[in-house]
Design a protein around this ligand. Sequence first.
Ligand SMILES: Nc1nc2c(ncn2[C@@H]2O[C@H](COP(=O)(O)OP(=O)(O)OP(=O)(O)O)[C@@H](O)[C@H]2O)c(=O)[nH]1
Ligand SMILES: [Mg+2]
Length: 193
Amino acid sequence: MFNKQTLITTAFSLKDLPKRNLPEVILCGRSNVGKSSLINSFFNNSKLAKTSSTPGKTRSINYYLIDDNFYIVDLPGYGYAKTSLKERAYWGNLMFDYLAASKNISFAFQLIDSRHKPTSLDVELKKLLEFHSINYKIILTKADKLNQSELAKAKNGIKDYAPQLSINEDIVLYSTLKSTGSKELANILKMFY
Ligand SMILES: Nc1nc2c(ncn2[C@@H]2O[C@H](COP(=O)(O)OP(=O)(O)OP(=O)(O)O)[C@@H](O)[C@H]2O)c(=O)[nH]1
Ligand SMILES: [Mg+2]
């Protein structure tokens, strides 16, 4: 399981999406939250996804084929203050159209920085996932930056954000530095084997 990872497609528009029908697991969340870093850390492959301390690194929809079983889809981040209005509109439309068009989205992870409250854009995206009946879990990233009681508080905060989620099963703490959360993630992704 999780042996081979290949960047298959870098799509800037919907016509570039892969034609092959495989389950898609999408990673979405604000710019800089750690989507691309999570891919590298989970698959222990630091050269797989491009990451940056400057928000807005991932501009395209990037498909990683995992073994020959499913795609992990790294989506461009949202909410970066310096993004131009034009780019924001581009992101919104791309995301909106992608979520509506792709029939293969099997699961979504919404990543939220464990130190910050969900933003209004997080809420919008979550509503979009719910509108399309996409099952999702929340990943609280950068868990190494908080202590145990702060992490417990962060998890509880998500209960207000998405009350239907179970604290123990649907909210995963993740850290690329401590590899917190890898086991939980593997447990979810093994459904594609
Ligand atoms: N301390 C710590 N830093 C992290 C962690 N995950 C990511 N980072 C840092 O956060 C920054 C942003 O990471 P990216 O993975 O590029 O973020 P992204 O969500 O892909 O951002 P966009 O591509 O702009 O949407 C980088 O400087 C990472 O090193 C983590 O678990 N712990
Ligand atoms: Mg990225």
